[in-house]
Ligand binder design. Structure first.
Ligand code: HEM
Length: 127
């Protein structure tokens, strides 16, 4: 019996809702808003592409932008442990908002936690 890839379990519609709800929170978060562009349209479009492939769907991000090299693409921004926590809390709240539940949510969130930690490139203030 074949387990569907997480992208199929979540569905494109729900994934897009999730990303929109997420950036809506990012744009209002005091620790995150300052390092993001004012207009998050393009950021959200790329994140939808990236998360589609991250969840086992078609490689939309790579087709348009090449290898993700995510850590390298984040080096121009100060990603502190505090900001990684803020990023994850916006994602958790977005999952709550759109009603993403169950094992697929937990596996997705665990992988995002791991990836967010990997993006950290700057210590918190005073460390
Ligand atoms: C881009 C911050 C974690 C995926 C960006 C940008 C910022 C940022 C400032 C640039 C936005 C733009 O100019 O459009 C952060 C912070 C994180 C974090 C503070 C905290 C740990 C993550 C994680 C993922 C991710 C965990 C994936 C699971 C992406 C992608 C882009 C991006 C795909 C677009 C890259 C591109 O320009 O092609 N992020 N990010 N980020 N981030 Fe993050």
């Amino acid at each position: 019996e074949n387990k569907p890839v997480p992208f199929e379990a979540i569905g494109e519609g729900m994934l897009h809702q999730l990303v929109d709800a997420f950036y809506n929170r990012v744009s209002q978060h005091p620790d995150l808003a300052p390092i993001f562009p004012d207009d998050l349209t393009e950021t959200a479009r790329k994140q939808k592409q990236f998360l589609t492939q991250f969840l086992g769907g078609p490689p939309l991000y790579t087709q348009e932008h090449g290898h993700p090299m995510l850590r390298a693409r984040h080096l121009p921004f100060e990603v502190t442990p505090k900001r990684a926590q803020a990023w994850l809390s916006c994602m958790k709240e977005a999952m709550d908002e759109i009603g993403l539940d169950g094992p697929v949510r937990n596996e997705f969130y665990a992988r995002l936690t791991f990836t967010a930690q990997h993006m950290v490139n700057t210590p918190d203030d005073g460390e």
